[in-house]
Design a protein around this ligand. Sequence first.
Ligand code: SF4
Ligand code: SF4
Ligand code: SF4
Length: 327
Amino acid sequence: MVDLEKLKSIAKETVSRDDVKYLIGWRQGTYGFRVSPHFVEKPEEAEELIFSPLCTNNLASYLVLPEKLPLPRGVEPDSRKVALMVKGCDSRAVVQQIVEQGIKRDEIIVIGCPCEGVIDLEKVEERFPNQLESVTAQWSNGKIIFHLPEGNEEIPKEEVLATKCLTCRYPNPVLSDLMLGDEVETWGDEKYEDVKELEAKDPQERWSFWEEAFSSCVRCYSCRNVCPMCYCEDCILDRLNPTWINRSNNASENTAFHLARAFHLAGRCIECGECERVCPAGIPLTKLNRKLSKVVQENYEYIPGIDPESKPFQSSYRPEDQEDFIL
Ligand code: SF4
Ligand code: SF4
Ligand code: SF4
């Protein structure tokens, strides 16, 4: 359990340092079960920090979105460190960004938060519809207690947790400079049951499944924009000359978009589930990403976002790697 008073005191101390730009954490939102990312620049702003089952956002995305405004002549870029609160899955994104040299280890301060799982907003909003007042929540012995205006509601965790959390393998941060609270017991497995269920279908059934899913994509690119691993300055999707993937919204181009993105994330996706969470069309992107994760793990024994000293999967090889796919 994260001690909030300890969190605030550490945050105040951290942002008071001359070499720290700001600390990124979470704060209570102003509407229903929503929580917002919180950029703490001054010690007094640390008072608003929280850590609860409502803290769904993976804040590691902000590390690779530096301000790109042109600086006035003679002004040096701000090279101070950024401090970041991370759950287990968020910490894997940080590790993978370090592996890919998207960020440098000495540019960040990682504040680890052992995690007991975050909620799926859709599940709780279905349970408590039209909740306009701001709600707080806390973990408590396998349950989540929601503090609603009309009183407290205790719900078993499994009924409201995000799907990714039900099989989480890394609830404890895999990288941190300091930890808030004791590690939690790990409960996840590597069985990929969700993927196997799809693999068991025949090719036509599988194609129908994905054709239907991709046809509802509106190409808003929220999945790409929220992803902590989608940070190329020059994304293939924005290219006009040459145009690799057309912007028209039809089955062929939508499929090309989803396959390109899935392959670009093979051996890089750290399964934070953010892409699926923000998708307005409810497309099961996690299934697609986890299929690629399974292939990479089974064939190359590689799990991204675990070891900051590892080599990027897509740009390294071992002599014993399988190569039967090469024509
Ligand atoms: S996937 Fe794991 S670390 Fe991430 S929010 Fe869920 S339980 Fe926490
Ligand atoms: S967030 Fe959903 S609808 Fe938007 S581009 Fe991604 S998959 Fe398509
Ligand atoms: S593809 Fe989705 S699950 Fe994977 S790292 Fe990006 S946002 Fe997270």
